[in-house]
Design a binder for this molecule. Structure first.
Ligand code: FES
Length: 189
């Protein structure tokens, strides 16, 4: 009799809903898993988009500076010679010569100071010549014939940690302003 009372005391509703609860639990688990995957996919997509945007907005300017580059060791540039191999890619004449009695290596901009044509190096006449209106420049870059009003310009040049010459095209030095005395625009050899 006591046992019967115990059975009666157990509500019938606590047995039936157990199955429903399990079904809801399974559904919740499945839904939760899909939701988790969705958020994970969204997070990954957002991350990729952010990385691509950063790359687009800040191209090589951050990763590397295209206006600063190494060109080799001073010994690669023989005395009284103009290295012409950097003209096409970098717009630079590298000269191992003399300026006001000082033996130096310096980097001249290839652009004519008249109206901006690209100069040529004429080895037989030992001068830079502009094909547009005939301006001429000595090997040190100083103008001496034609309409160009001033010497070619120099870029900054120095020695990198590994001993190579390094040019920085973001800095320009003008002879007529007295800037060729700046040690940033030549390497003494
Ligand atoms: S642009 Fe060089 S002489 Fe005119």
């Amino acid at each position: 009799m006591a046992q019967q009372d115990t059975d009666k005391a157990t509500p019938a509703s606590t047995k039936e809903p157990a199955a429903g609860t399990n079904r809801r639990g399974v559904l919740r688990a499945v839904f939760g898993t899909f939701l988790g995957w969705g958020f994970a996919a969204l997070g990954a997509t957002t991350g990729l988009w952010a990385a691509a945007s950063t790359r687009f907005m800040f191209p090589n300017a951050i990763l590397q500076r295209p206006d600063r580059f190494k060109i080799g060791y001073p010994s690669d540039f023989p005395r009284d010679q103009v290295a012409t191999g950097l003209k096409e890619k970098f717009g630079v004449w590298v000269v191992h010569g003399k300026y006001q009695g000082s033996e130096q290596i310096f980097a001249l901009r290839t652009v004519c100071t008249h109206l901006g044509c690209i100069t040529l190096w004429q080895e037989n006449e030992r001068k830079f010549k502009c094909p547009c209106h005939g301006s001429g420049f000595y090997i040190d870059g100083v103008n001496f014939e034609g309409p160009a009003p001033r010497p070619l310009e120099r870029f900054a040049i120095g020695l990198a940690d590994d001993g190579q010459l390094e040019i920085d095209k973001s800095k320009i030095f003008r002879e007529e302003l007295g800037q060729w005395d700046d040690p940033e625009c030549f390497v003494v050899v």
